[in-house]
Design a protein around this ligand. Structure first.
Ligand code: CTP
Length: 406
């Protein structure tokens, strides 16, 4: 049934030192049978359970085992760039702990840190190790870094005990991987405009006003939508160097005024807009062509309001267009967010609370509340911005009636 479902996909299979490693041979076989090209990376202790020869025979590729071997030393970077997906199966408690802390003492961990693709893990361990607070903590950490998890299964364990901790069956792991790729293309034909990052309002040729937004949330949304096949147009304020998938059309802008004009001209052709930018609400009334010189003890600046992009697009919005906004509040802010939702004619709003630990500007994680027009809400717990982006995209699809699966 799965034959061909992973055609041309490049997959790294990471194998760590657990008795479940024997099942990885079957997983390798299933991946290859589904059309994927598979390269296997083993930790030194995985070699105690299964041989590289098994994997090189099954995958018709060389197996990577030794970070310090001259001919393999640089491969971690190459492999990290090569893969469309990395799956570590089995993932032991030890490897999960190292992945959580960025420890690199073997080839597999070096590949993990170099991987730009989605990474999945299928943990395998005894039930008490699985239940241990440190394992729970490490699992939380790597999931907040964006790692996907193939749930452990329940049953007889190698120790003779019965419980949770068994690695998922290879067929189940394959199923989750195939699903991941299927999901990717279900938004083909949808056009989405995203504003992201800060804006910069110049006072004179050498000074400007801005805010600490890094654009991370908007970029994560752009990547998430592009991965699913949507045509993404990203209007990006000045955030410095970022590496973005080549499928995304990026329009770099500097000021709120520029962002406004770009947004207005693009929105009529779009199916949806996501306003994730931290747009300056005020800009200097007068731009000084020359550097402002010091005079006296005070400098009084007069600022004027910028145009509200979300408000404007909300007015332009047609019946079959959808608009999502963000509300950044320093405290609870539900009331303020609700007002913004109504005033800007949004379909839903993402409430970002700066008072939440782990949420806000420049963080890789976020904790938000989705507030819908009908008054319903969805609490999204603290997780990586990439995962929060998935929840927001899912909500957009629900509101717009777009099918996320093929
Ligand atoms: N927004 C926008 N253009 C602006 C200001 C805000 O498009 N000039 C968008 C933001 O991208 C966000 C939403 O409006 O999606 C709410 O932004 P926020 O700054 O929280 O709200 P404001 O309406 O500016 O209200 P206030 O600053 O008074 O809280």
């Amino acid at each position: 049934m799965m034959t061909g479902s992973l055609q041309d996909k490049k997959i790294i299979l990471g194998v760590t030192g657990s008795i479940a490693a024997y099942k990885s041979a079957l997983l390798a076989r299933l991946l290859v049978k589904s059309g994927a090209e598979v390269k296997v990376v083993m930790t030194p202790s995985a070699g105690a359970f299964i041989t590289p020869l098994t994997f090189s025979t099954l995958t018709s590729n060389a197996v990577y085992t030794d970070l310090m071997r001259g001919d393999q030393w640089n491969s971690h970077v190459e492999l990290g760039l090569w893969a469309d997906l990395m799956i570590v199966a089995p993932a032991t408690a030890n490897s999960i702990a190292k992945m959580a802390t960025g420890h690199v003492d073997n080839m597999l961990l070096a590949v993990y840190l170099s991987a730009r693709c989605p990474v999945f893990i299928a943990p395998a361990m005894d039930l008490d190790m699985w239940k241990h607070p440190s394992t729970k903590r490490n699992m939380k950490l790597i999931q907040s870094d964006g790692v996907y998890y193939v749930p452990v299964e329940e049953g007889l364990l190698a120790s003779g005990l019965t419980g949770k901790g068994r690695m998922a069956e290879p067929e189940h792991i394959l199923h989750q991987i195939v699903n991941h790729f299927i999901q990717r293309k279900s938004l083909i034909g949808r056009k989405v405009l995203i504003t992201a990052g800060p804006t910069r309002e110049a006072l004179d040729p050498v000074r400007f006003m801005t805010n600490p937004s890094t654009g991370t949330m908007g970029i994560a949304l752009a990547e998430c939508l592009a991965k699913r096949g949507a045509e993404v147009h990203l209007i990006l304020g000045p955030v410095g160097e970022v590496s973005l998938s080549s499928d995304i059309a990026v329009y770099p802008v500097v000021s709120a005024e520029e962002m406004y004009h770009r947004s207005r001209s693009l929105f009529p052709q779009m199916n949806a807009g996501i306003m994730a930018a931290a747009v300056a609400d005020f800009t200097p009334k007068k731009y000084s062509e020359h550097k402002i010189k010091k005079q006296g003890d005070e400098l009084v600046l007069t600022l004027k309001r910028t145009k509200d992009i979300a408000l404007d697009l909300g007015k332009m919005k047609k019946k079959d267009q959808y608009l999502v906004g963000f509300a950044l509040e320093t405290d609870d802010g539900k009331k303020a967010a609700r007002q913004k939702l109504d005033k800007k004619n949004l379909d839903f709003i993402v409430l970002n609370s700066l008072s939440e630990p782990g949420a806000g500007f420049g963080r890789s994680t976020n904790k938000v509340l989705l507030m819908m027009r009908d008054g319903s809400t969805k609490d999204i717990p603290l997780k990586s911005k990439a995962k929060v982006a998935e929840d927001i995209v899912e909500q957009l699809c629900e509101v717009a009636g777009w099918k996320l699966e093929l």
